[in-house]
Design a protein around this ligand. Structure first.
Ligand code: FE2
Length: 300
């Protein structure tokens, strides 16, 4: 029997009693989707998946997308990425720690990335956590006058163009002109209303915003710094320490996230410090919602 229980931390729920190698019933899929919207992130425990079965499950959450940095894609499954320290590319600290910075997946592309999931294949003995910040709770905790102001504002985004804190790494580097031009500037609201669940959240106040319409550069930097510091307080954060077989799944429209720094570049996947997560991201809305009367278009 599938059980969904809150983590007991700032956000997130733990899911047990489901084997994703089997077809997930509509009833269970509906419960998972609404649990995600309620808790912002889910940890689905004890999975033993192939790339094929993982891809099939992920496809239920929307249209799977390829990362704009093409050198991160897996050759056999281009929508999938190997995150961690087990690959040749991960010997580069800038790549290995390119997610050790607060961000929202896909905030810098026009069509918003709605869901991301990370499947733990190898887990280091120490560290390797992913931190998830609840941006709905962060929004609700703002002063009413600031909420009113933010509701009217939109921000310009470009990959990696925001200001960064001293404890953050820089985003995974853009390496080619083609990658740079694929990343066009786009605009998003600072307060996003969830297209299915209807709740409001602060949206993507780190990593990619560099301008707020109607504000000077100084005003923009000051407001973004204030919102980022507010949203990343420990009272809004769930820190996930992986076990092999976990899937951490988060709603990008309601959260920000970051990895903890990985100092070790493991040479072999079976070493004590090996970390390997298979990442998949989707845009759009889950099939179970799309095929139901709750269907709405996603626009930000
Ligand atoms: Fe990410």
């Amino acid at each position: 029997m599938m059980i969904i229980e809150p983590t007991g931390s700032a956000c997130g729920a733990v899911v047990k009693g489901i084997d994703l190698n089997n077809q997930v019933s509509n009833s269970k899929m509906g419960k998972l989707v609404w649990a995600l919207y309620e808790h912002r992130c889910l940890v689905i425990k004890n999975q033993k998946l192939t790339k094929e079965s993982y891809y099939k499950f992920a496809s239920e959450w929307g249209e799977l997308i390829k990362h704009v940095l093409d050198y991160l894609r897996m050759p056999d499954y281009p929508e999938m990425m190997a995150i961690g320290n087990t690959e040749e590319k991960d010997k580069d600290d800038a790549v290995r720690n390119g997610a050790a910075v607060w961000h929202t997946d896909g905030s810098y592309i026009e069509d918003p990335t709605t869901v991301t999931m990370l499947y733990a294949v190898h887990v280091p003995k120490n560290g390797g956590e992913t931190l998830v910040a609840d941006m709905v709770a962060a929004y609700e905790d703002l002063d009413p006058y600031l909420k009113d102001e933010l509701e009217k504002l939109t921000a310009k985004h470009y990959y990696g163009r925001a200001q960064f804190d001293p404890d953050e790494h820089r985003p995974v580097p853009i390496r080619t002109q083609q990658q740079a031009t694929t990343n066009a500037v786009c605009e998003k609201p600072l307060v996003l209303t969830h297209p299915v669940a209807g709740h409001k959240a602060l949206y993507a106040v780190a990593h990619s915003p560099f301008g707020i319409n109607g504000k000077t550069k100084e005003e923009t930097l000051s407001l973004l710094a204030k919102l980022k510091a507010h949203a990343t307080q420990s009272k809004f954060i769930y820190s996930h320490r992986y076990e092999v077989g976990d899937i951490l799944l988060f709603d990008n429209l309601s959260t920000m996230h970051r990895a903890k720094e990985q100092t070790d570049a493991a040479k072999t996947p079976d070493s004590d410090n090996a970390r390997l997560l298979w990442r998949l991201s989707a845009k759009g809305i889950p099939n179970i919602i799309k095929n139901s009367t709750h269907s709405k278009n996603i626009t930000t």
